[in-house]
Design a protein around this ligand. Sequence first.
Ligand SMILES: Cc1cc2nc3c(=O)[nH]c(=O)nc-3n(C[C@H](O)[C@H](O)[C@H](O)COP(=O)(O)O)c2cc1C
Length: 196
Amino acid sequence: MRSFLFLLGGNRRDGNTETLARHAAAALPPDVGQRWLRLDDHPLPPFQDIRHTGDGLYPVPEGAAKLLADATLDATDLVIVSPLYWYSVSATTKLYLDHWSAWMRVPGYDFKARMAGKTVWAVTTISEEDESVADPLIGTLRLSAEYFGSWGGALVGYANRPGDILRDTGALERAAAFFGPGAARRASRASDPAPG
Ligand SMILES: Cc1cc2nc3c(=O)[nH]c(=O)nc-3n(C[C@H](O)[C@H](O)[C@H](O)COP(=O)(O)O)c2cc1C
């Protein structure tokens, strides 16, 4: 069964980026699972690079890290919902991505192989007029997605103060189609058994 995990990486409640993501999610068919997690509600510990120390393996994650790792592995589709912060993802979102490097090295998790079947999407809002300012964020997420699995695409809206996104009717229209027929195709591929 298809199931979308929405990871909210903004650092304020009811932000524009979440609103835009909720518009996109509203168009998903009812039989598609949706889970929403706010990264601020599940603070991750600082990431430590022990790849080249000892056996290079990481312990099984605990607490917030376990919740987020398990939620990630349970989903067929991951939607990174992050405002544009200094041309990239929020620090909270980046920390979550860094932890993928740990989860790849947890014995028994098969994180990389299980990620191979997933599609990663991005939803962001920007306050500058030129949409190209989101290119670094999109590049970060697209390349990371392709390292593991598939890239679904990016949805970008214009907003600054809370609620502004509701005036970006173009973005709301794109949101309604964002996970459209292409999503169904990708998600059916994503539900195939992961290699290895
Ligand atoms: C720390 C920080 C950095 C930001 N950097 C940028 C930026 O580089 N480019 C931009 O267009 N907007 C930038 N913004 C504006 C936000 O992207 C914009 O207000 C967005 O709508 C906030 O999303 P939210 O309502 O979901 O929190 C920044 C905002 C903050 C708080």
